[in-house]
Design a protein around this ligand. Structure first.
Ligand code: C5P
Length: 399
């Protein structure tokens, strides 16, 4: 799985740095090209000579070569890489990364890379559990950084607790899984996101509280992992910058429906996260409605985009949707999975604190058509997007 992949390994000043020699060896054996960047302190724990020999590449640590004035380009390194793995990563480097500090070559590389970044922390258990470290980890997760959790066991301090760097085999496995899902996700994916606005007159509409954050996070994650994404967005304040995302802005459910139905046949998958209005005014006034004693607005049902796409879906396509429920969550979600012919459904409940419209976090249960059901803890929408895209990748693999 790692044949021809370009991997940067970042090493920081932790005793676990000795294990990175083995990690380097494992990656090289599997066909990867490895370049190593070390912080100055990391060199106290393992020598650049060892790592240069194992990686078959010069190890980078200084900004400049003092003898001839040439510099090590972290920018070129950032463009070259398919993934940047920082193992071991100390509390100090985590804190600097979370705050954009760039006082060594590893950190300038972190700020320059365009590829996904994964961190394997290593530190004493109390440092790992400290509020400041946990806050920095949350910040980095929100920035899209992935984590390979440290394990529990005997630490260099002699204490026993959570903080040991994951074993090199586990890190190599993570990287190989990462590239495997990336392969599965070299697909075209349609995503709907945000609310729809149903016009009453030129200045008023019926809408809902959806901000589009969940759908945009899914689009970003899919694009990061190699998919060509078409994002049909209702009226939202969010920006998209990823080159693999083509964004089409719409206002009403009918417009969203027309674009989705036109494009879905050429897609490999669809994830419908938009909070589409179920009803729209029967009459849309061309001019602003003036003050009246009372006003009755008659509503008619909007087309159900999910149901339509479910009905035209072929057995070479995957379709997934959301269910936001306030009561009888599981029964409603299962009903929607069936009715709309979804392959999986993401259930979030308004009863859960921190889940639903507007929040940066979400707590979901994902139910697949084959009966598999997984409850996830409350996490940032960016992390939820990773879970959703991983399940999509496994569904795409099965067809
Ligand atoms: O509104 P409801 O709870 O039925 O939404 C469930 C799923 O169906 C969501 O994935 C939503 O994006 C989709 N949906 C749709 N078109 C509608 C209503 C809902 O695509 N008109």
């Amino acid at each position: 799985m790692l044949q021809g992949k370009h991997i940067i390994i970042g090493i920081t000043g932790s005793i676990a740095a000795y294990k990175t020699a083995l990690l380097t060896r494992l990656l090289i054996k599997q066909g990867a090209t490895v370049k190593i960047v070390m912080t100055p302190l990391a060199k106290e724990f393992i020598t650049p000579v060892t790592l240069a020999t194992l990686s078959k590449n010069t190890v980078l640590s200084d900004f400049f070569h003092h003898d001839d004035g040439t510099w090590n380009s972290h920018v070129d390194l950032g463009i070259w890489a398919d993934v940047f793995v920082i193992a071991p990563c100390t509390a100090n480097t985590l804190a600097k990364m979370a705050n954009g500090i760039a006082d060594n070559l590893l950190l300038t590389t972190y700020l320059s890379v365009r590829c996904p970044v994964v961190v394997a922390p290593a530190m004493d258990m109390d440092m790992f559990a400290h509020k400041a470290t946990q806050r920095n980890i949350t910040t980095l997760k929100n920035d899209g950084v992935s984590f390979i959790e440290p394990t529990s066991g005997e630490l260099a301090s002699g204490l026993d607790g959570k903080g040991r760097m994951a074993e090199p085999e586990a890190i190599a496995q993570w990287l190989s899984d990462f590239f495997e899902t990336k392969e599965s996700l070299k697909k075209k994916i349609l995503i709907t996101a945000g609310p729809t606005y149903e016009a009453i007159d030129p200045v008023r509409f019926i809408g809902n509280y959806s901000t589009g954050k969940m759908g945009f996070a899914i689009a970003e994650e899919a694009a990061n992992r190699g998919a060509q994404v078409t994002l049909i967005a209702g009226p939202v304040q969010l920006k998209t910058t990823h080159p693999n995302i083509t964004r089409i802005d719409v206002k009403s459910a009918q417009e969203m429906h027309d674009v989705a139905v036109k494009l879905f046949p050429e897609m490999d998958a669809g994830i419908l996260s938009a909070a589409v209005a179920d009803f729209t005014p029967e009459t849309k006034y061309d001019i602003k409605i003036k003050e009246k004693q009372s006003l009755t607005i008659h509503l008619k049902p909007n087309p159900d985009i999910a149901q339509k796409l479910g009905s035209i879906k072929t057995n070479k396509q995957i379709l997934a949707g959301f269910a936001l429920e306030t009561n009888d969550e599981m029964a409603h979600a299962m009903g929607k999975l069936e009715r709309k012919n979804f392959d999986f459904i993401v259930l979030n409940s308004l009863a859960d604190k921190g889940a639903g419209f507007g929040y940066d976090t979400n707590k979901v249960t994902i139910i697949q058509r084959n009966g598999e059901k997984k409850d996830f803890e409350l996490k940032s929408k960016k992390e939820v997007a990773k879970d959703i895209i991983s399940i999509l990748a496994s569904c795409l693999d099965r067809i």
